[in-house]
Design a binder for this molecule. Structure first.
Ligand code: GDP
Ligand code: MG
Length: 479
């Protein structure tokens, strides 16, 4: 079975030639190639330059009717419409290879400007067909939210076996507005707490309509609480995006738990966010206890209602974890249930003056934003090899005529990781730099020269002084 999926967050199409389970992939390789586009600029296929790779590599791929091996190229055709144009893969195709040297499948990430999500019309039939297969397992699959998820049509929800009350709550897909000019202003801090990967960053991005914190399929990418501010005529909600509370594995982990714990006393309302597609784990219970013990207004937010056909299955178990002042079902990814959520948040906020000027979206400084954008690009491009051991610090920031010169250090833990980030002949670093620069220029609205450096800082995660060096406030650090 050839499996074709699309991951919106990774802006990537995945093509798998065989069923794989985690750990099957032993190696990885990057091959240059192009997307094949039809006259409407829709993706219809892929062509890779094989660069001398032997027949062994394509043993599994060759078995599929969609795949054609021809001398030095491999062409995968998803749709029958004629090819009218080609678009170079900005990051190449990243090929997953098994222990026997066979390609299991590949990934083709796109840049933001390519707008890949709008180019899937021609291959949609294939995406849908394979999604239907996946759906059968979705309910049992704990890791389902990390897999590539094709776009879901919210109208299809009716045919699913979803609790009607949950659906009612979730049916509003419009961007949220807060219109109640006669009400007293309500303003305060809202802490989103929940274990990694429940969708906290996604929710913030959806609510605020702009990237203020970093979304990644990997947990723990949000390191510093980032406040996103939602302003309405009668309310101001200041969100604190806490890092996921998780089992500490090393000192940086401890530090992050502390940051999350600390966010709770500062907050006026606590949102306990869970992934409704999976049953509660011990970690959910621990966080629920922390939240409940704070004696503040608490909302239970059940996320990912889009991803399950039986959203109510785990609901009673989550309900039992605490005494919740309210309960809202949402899809952070698809923007479902946002208005209900905001109404509930506002209702639980204290009355008072606005805490920030109305035009302020995030209190993340431009430097921090730039650092996070670079970090995100490193993580997106280096996938498994550089998990959470990378930190970015902006060292120099200088306006030079029309151009803003930014020098940043990317710190990794080991020399081997440094090699990965630099890539063959510096290719990876150039790619990271180009992708980061594009987004930085867009965010800052100006021409940027980005000077990236890589440093190895042995075991920096274990040293409090090094944490301080990286700009963390070690006051919360207990180690
Ligand atoms: P965080 O660790 O809690 O901040 O979680 P993220 O916001 O980084 O999301 C983790 C993963 O869950 C990402 O792959 C998201 O795309 C995915 N995700 C978040 N919200 C939803 C949702 O409403 N539905 C689905 N299906 N996936 C979601
Ligand atoms: Mg996050």
């Amino acid at each position: 079975m050839l499996e074709l999926t699309f991951d919106r967050d990774a802006r990537s199409i995945y093509v798998y030639f065989t069923d794989i389970t985690e750990g099957d992939d032993a190696d990885e390789r990057e091959l240059p190639g192009v997307w094949l586009l039809d006259a409407a600029d829709q993706i219809v296929g892929l062509r890779l330059e094989l660069a001398g790779s032997g027949p062994r590599l394509w043993e599994l791929a060759g078995a599929h009717e969609h795949v054609q091996l021809d001398g030095d190229t491999l062409t995968i055709t998803f749709a029958t419409t004629p090819v009218a144009a080609e678009e170079e893969l900005p990051y190449g195709a990243i090929v997953d290879i098994d222990g026997q040297g066979r390609a299991l499948g590949l990934e083709t990430p796109a840049t933001i400007e390519f707008a890949i999500a709008e180019r899937l019309a021609a291959i949609q039939p294939l995406l849908i067909e394979w999604d239907a297969d996946d759906d059968d397992e979705a309910a049992d699959d704990e890791d389902d939210d990390e897999a590539a998820v094709p776009p879901v049509d919210p109208d299809q929800a009716d045919s699913w076996d979803v609790d009607q009350a949950v659906l009612e709550q979730a049916k509003l897909a419009e961007p949220p507005t807060l219109i109640d000019p006669n009400a007293t202003v309500r303003a305060g801090f809202v802490a989103l707490v929940g274990k990694p990967n429940v969708g906290k960053s996604t929710l913030l991005n959806t609510l605020l309509g702009q990237k203020v914190s970093i979304v990644s399929p990997k947990p723990q990418t949000t390191r510093v609480p980032v406040r996103g501010i939602l302003n309405g005529p009668a309310a101001q909600i200041v969100f604190v995006d806490t890092p996921g509370i998780h089992e500490p594995r090393h000192k940086l982990g401890n530090f992050m738990v502390e940051v999350a714990r600390r966010a709770i006393p500062d907050a006026d309302v606590l949102v306990f966010m869970v992934d409704v597609t999976t049953p509660p784990t011990r970690l959910d219970r621990e966080i629920a206890q922390l939240v409940t013990a704070a004696h503040k207004p608490t909302l239970l937010v059940l996320n990912k209602v889009d991803a399950t056909r039986a959203a109510d299955v785990h609901l009673p178990q989550y309900r039992e974890l605490g005494a919740w002042d309210d309960e809202v079902a949402i899809s952070a990814r698809d923007g479902l249930g946002m208005e209900t959520l905001i109404e509930s948040l506002v209702a639980h906020l204290p009355e008072g003056p606005r805490l920030y000027p109305e035009d302020q979206l995030s209190d993340m400084s431009e430097r921090e934003l730039v650092g996070e954008l670079i970090r995100e690009k490193v993580m997106l491009n280096t996938a498994h090899e550089i998990p959470h051991s990378v930190a970015v610090e902006v060292e120099e920031w200088e306006q030079r005529g029309e151009t803003l010169y930014i020098r940043a250090n990317i710190s990794v833990e080991r020399a081997s990781q440094k090699g990965i980030v630099i890539g063959a002949g510096g290719a990876m670093l150039r790619k990271i730099g180009a992708a980061a620069r594009y987004e930085i220029e867009r965010a800052l609205q100006q021409h940027v020269f980005l000077d990236l450096w890589i440093k190895v800082r042995e075991n920096w995660r274990q040293k409090p002084s090094e944490l301080r060096w990286l700009g963390y406030d070690v006051k919360f650090f207990r180690g």
